[in-house]
Design a protein around this ligand. Structure first.
Ligand code: GRF
Length: 209
C-alpha cells in the first residue's frame, strides 16, 4: 500500500533548525509528509541553505516588494497553493499572519513557540522566562489563530530552567525538545488525528490518563 504523504509548506525567517529537524524526521520515515516548499521573507535566512541541502524547493518572497501586507500574503498564498500545500508550518517565521492567510489555511497552520504558552508569548520568550525567574519553561506547538501565540495547543514539553542558564543555554535545551515536538505534531496532523474543539485540540486514538 502506498502511504499518503501530506504536503507541507514551511515559512522560516532565520536559522531553520526546526525546518531541519522536520526534514530529518521525514527522511527517517517518522512523519508521513513531504516538505513541498520553504518560503522565507529573509534572503539571508540560513533556512534556505538547509532546504537546499535536503533538496527542498525554497524561495524568498520579500515583503518590501509589495505595497502592503495583504499583497505580500496573496503572493505567499499563491506559492503555497501552487505547491499544493495542505499544512503550513511556521518555523521561526518572524511575522504575524493576516486574515486572508488564516482564512485560506483555516485549521491548517501550525507554529512552534519556545515557552509554555500562555506564558511568554511574542518574541524573546526564552529571555522572558529567565528574567522572570521561572524554574520551568518549555515548548509549545499550536495551531495559529489571529492572536499572538494564542491558538489551540497541540503539544507542550516542559524544560527546566537551571541555576546557571543564560539565554543561549536555555534556548539550546528548549531546541532539543522542539526538534522532537514539532515533527510529532506534524505526524499527528498527517495521520488525521488532530481535532480542534474550541480552544482544545483532541488527539484522536489517545487515551487520557
Ligand atoms: C525557535 O526557538 C522557535 O520556537 C521560535 O523561533 C526559533 C526558530 O529557530 N519560533 P530555528 O530558525 O528553527 O532554528
Amino acid at each position: 500500500m502506498v502511504e499518503k504523504r501530506i504536503r507541507i509548506g514551511v515559512l522560516a525567517s532565520g536559522s531553520g533548525t526546526n525546518l531541519e529537524a522536520i526534514a530529518n524526521a521525514i527522511e527517517r520515515g517518522e512523519v508521513p509528509a513531504e516538505i513541498a516548499i520553504v518560503l522565507s521573507d529573509n534572503p539571508k535566512a540560513f533556512a534556505l541553505q538547509r532546504a537546499k541541502k535536503h533538496g527542498i524547493p525554497a524561495k524568498v518572497i520579500l515583503p518590501s516588494e509589495f505595497s502592503d501586507r495583504r499583497e505580500y500574503e496573496t503572493a505567499l498564498i499563491s506559492e503555497l497553493k501552487r505547491a499544493e500545500v495542505e499544512l503550513v508550518a511556521l518555523a521561526g517565521y518572524m511575522r504575524l499572519v493576516g486574515q486572508e492567510f488564516l482564512v485560506e489555511f483555516k485549521g491548517r497552520i501550525m507554529n512552534i513557540h519556545p515557552a509554555l504558552l500562555p506564558s511568554y508569548p511574542g518574541t524573546h520568550a526564552v529571555r522572558g522566562a529567565l528574567q522572570y525567574g521561572a524554574k520551568v519553561s518549555g515548548v509549545t506547538v499550536h495551531f495559529v489563530d489571529d492572536g499572538i501565540d494564542t491558538g489551540p495547543i497541540i503539544i507542550q514539553r516542559a524544560v527546566p530552567v537551571l541555576e546557571n542558564d543564560d539565554e543561549e543555554s536555555l534556548h539550546q535545551r528548549i531546541h532539543e525538545q522542539e526538534y522532537k515536538a514539532y515533527p510529532e505534531a506534524i505526524r499527528l496532523f498527517a495521520e488525521g488525528r488532530l481535532k480542534i474543539e474550541g480552544r482544545r485540540v483532541r488527539v484522536l486514538g489517545e487515551t487520557s490518563s
